[in-house]
Design a protein. Structure first.
Length: 457
């Protein structure tokens, strides 16, 4: 394979990728509102000569290159979070700017930059004859990931009936190659109270006060060390005595975390005692934790036990309509997964990177350098991706390599680097020809979390 030709092709397409990305950034595309950016991506794929471009029932845009029966997929979610407080932005998040090195705007790193690299990576494969015999390349612009990571791939797997041989996720990887990440789940805690007039609060039962006790215990669960006598903290899963089967995987991924992300209440008025209170908990799960253990940890908190039947702990479900109107109801449980570093699909991406860009992460300026120096090339994400379904739920081998930085995700003044777009496009173009499934020994998976057993098809 002529790796220099691949690099030159990616560099040639650099200005086109920049324009395409800036066009996507200019179209607001929060979850369930992706219609405009979906059609812009479809337009770009058709312009580049994709063999087929389609939009499925959920609104995912899918471009195909090649004619084989087996599939290698490249996934990029194309929805973004909102902009938050506009006063935290120095420039318009949808117009932004570009310099010789960076592109500014919401979605640049997370993760429409990945969509730009993937779209042109497949075009480079076609230009240089890099689609392996018997395969076709599937480039996916997936929807609703920010709302419910992986649900889009549940739809692709169960409704579209598409099962790739492996998937490359282009979520931002800070110049690294990622083979797993922690899972997560969304937990809700509801507390009952009894209302009364605020002038005589002793007549009622204030649900907010009860929740205040529970909030302190949730905070302690996250912050306490494993041997705390009050609440055994989440750090315990890194200890072989607590987690003998999976502590090494847990150390690779990092400890689990929990944080309260939302709070709700009901009260007849501002001069009454609150008669209910609820919170949402964002729970990140490491290897060895299950959805049952995570729920039980909340149920076993001292304050939850204290208030007994007045407290309900449950897992959220997601049923928000897509931009097409389609509803795919699913549980808010997103399984942990890790792939073996020796797995053929991980090796293919790593070999492509080594051949063109060396053995270390590269950076485009000092801001990128600060997040990349000293980290191993093959690593893991801190956050969650569509891999929770691709690999975690269905066992389809998944590996990550994408432009941008995790630290830019969901942050004001988001940027991505033009050099990253080029590097990513070149690696995506080369990896399929380096994929040798026959070199794999056994299952590519190092760890997959136990599922719930709920019927969500």
């Amino acid at each position: 394979m002529d790796f220099e030709a691949i690099k030159k092709a990616a560099q040639k397409y650099g200005p086109d990728m920049t324009k395409f990305l800036r066009d996507m950034i200019a179209i607001p595309s929060e979850s369930c509102e992706e219609k405009g950016v979906v059609h812009r991506i479809k337009e770009e794929m058709e312009k580049l000569g994709y063999d087929k471009v389609e939009i499925d029932g959920l609104g995912n845009v899918i471009g195909w290159m090649g004619k084989g029966d087996k599939i290698i997929a490249i996934d990029s979610h194309i929805d973004t979070v909102g902009i938050g407080n506009i006063n935290n932005w120095t420039d318009d998040p949808y117009k932004g700017y570009e310099t010789d090195k960076v592109i500014y705007g919401r979605g640049g790193s997370d993760q429409e930059g990945g969509m730009a690299s993937a779209t042109y990576g497949a075009r480079i494969m076609k230009d240089l004859g890099l689609i392996p015999e018997g395969y076709k390349i599937m480039v996916v612009g997936s929807v609703q990931e920010e709302d419910c990571d992986g649900m889009c791939w549940q739809y692709i797997y169960n409704v579209d009936k598409i099962v790739p041989e492996f998937v490359i996720s282009t979520e931002p990887t800070d110049g690294g190659i990622y083979r797993g990440h922690r899972g997560r789940m969304e937990i809700r805690v509801d507390v009952k109270g009894i209302s009364c007039h605020g002038s005589a609060p002793e007549r009622g039962d204030n649900a907010i006060y009860k929740m205040a006790d529970i909030l302190q215990d949730v905070r302690a669960l996250n912050e306490n060390k494993k041997d705390d006598p009050h609440v055994a903290g989440l750090e315990k899963m890194l200890d072989p005595n607590w987690n003998p089967e999976h502590y090494e995987d847990a150390r690779f991924l990092g400890r689990g975390t929990c944080t309260v992300s939302q709070i709700f209440y009901t009260s007849p008025s501002r001069c009454a005692v609150a008669d209910s209170c609820a919170i949402s908990i964002d729970r990140r799960m490491t290897a060895g934790e299950t959805y049952q253990t995570c729920l039980k940890e909340i149920e076993d908190l001292p304050a939850v036990k204290k208030y007994g039947k007045d407290v309900k702990v449950s897992m959220y479900w997601y049923d928000r309509p897509a931009w097409t109107g389609e509803v795919y109801k699913t549980e808010c449980f997103f399984p942990t997964w890790i792939n073996k570093e020796s797995a053929p699909h991980v090796k293919a991406v790593a070999d492509a990177y080594h051949a063109m860009w060396g053995n270390d992460r590269i950076w485009a300026d000092d801001k990128a350098k600060s997040t990349r120096v000293g980290r191993p090339l093959i690593d893991k994400w801190t956050f969650s991706t569509n891999g929770v379904s691709i690999q975690g739920r269905y066992g389809i081998p998944c590996v990550g390599f994408g432009p941008g930085a995790e630290s830019q995700a969901h942050a004001p003044n988001e940027i991505t680097w033009k050099q990253d777009l080029v590097v990513c496009a070149s690696v995506l173009a080369a990896a399929p020809m380096l994929y040798k499934p026959e070199a794999g020994k056994g299952n590519a998976t190092s760890f997959r979390q136990e599922l719930t057993g709920n019927d969500i098809k």
